[in-house]
Design a binder for this molecule. Structure first.
Ligand SMILES: C[S@@+](CC[C@H](N)C(=O)[O-])C[C@H]1O[C@@H](n2cnc3c(N)ncnc32)[C@H](O)[C@@H]1O
Length: 195
């Protein structure tokens, strides 16, 4: 029996059909650089990818992965919290970002005590909603299964569903695994320029 696609694979499929060469995108949680590499491939050679992470280990891993794929030149790597994203994105790119990915939680194979925090995640989501281009897509993968993760997933869900439905479309995709602790994917699409 073939396994259903993971939530991460589903996020990638949605963005694969949405992104093109020359687009601007953000990886808000660069981690080991897998999502950054995916995004860079979609928008290269003419696009620009902003990658954020608070850990130098993650920034280094992302650098190495992009470099190995000959895509390092497409990305700006920024070791700062995504809550401060707006300050690091060129003013002329505000409102022009085609896709923003958040992959919450801790760095796989890294320090599991350093995790995304609901307060800064929500601050960053507010900024992300502003930065998106019309029709731009925000994907948020939340993991309720680790300590602190459940609260964060609930806060993210509440944030998504308080968005003005005239300005944003929201969809939640649950894991095939029907457990409260299973990951959840939130897809938010900006519908208008004024949101
Ligand atoms: C699940 S990992 C990301 C996985 C990554 N997207 C990949 O493809 O490998 C979550 C990452 O979020 C980072 N993180 C935690 N708090 C953050 C913050 N406030 N701003 C930016 N990154 C943060 C962690 O350091 C960790 O590397």
């Amino acid at each position: 029996m073939t396994r259903p696609p993971s939530l991460l694979q589903q996020a990638h499929r949605i963005l694969e059909n949405h992104l093109h060469n020359g687009d601007i995108a953000i990886d808000a949680t660069a981690g080991n650089g897998h999502d950054s590499l995916f995004l860079a491939r979609q928008i290269a050679p003419a696009g620009l990818l902003y990658c954020f992470d608070i850990q130098s280990t993650a920034i280094n891993a992302t650098h190495n992965r992009l470099f190995a794929a000959d895509l390092r030149h497409v990305a700006l790597l920024i070791q700062h919290s995504h809550a401060q994203m707006a300050e690091h994105i060129a003013p002329e790119h505000h409102g022009k970002i085609k896709a923003i990915m958040f992959n919450l939680g801790y760095l796989p194979h890294g320090d599991k005590t350093i995790i995304t925090q609901p307060d800064s995640t929500l601050l960053a989501l507010n900024v992300a909603a502003e930065l998106l281009a019309p029709a731009g897509i925000l994907t948020i993968l939340a993991y309720p299964g680790h300590p602190g993760g459940e609260n964060e997933a609930i806060r993210v869900a509440n944030w998504c569903y308080q968005l003005n439905s005239e300005n944003f479309g929201v969809k939640t995709i649950n894991s095939a695994e029907h457990k409260d602790s299973a990951p959840r994917l939130f897809i938010v699409q900006k519908l208008t320029a004024t949101a």
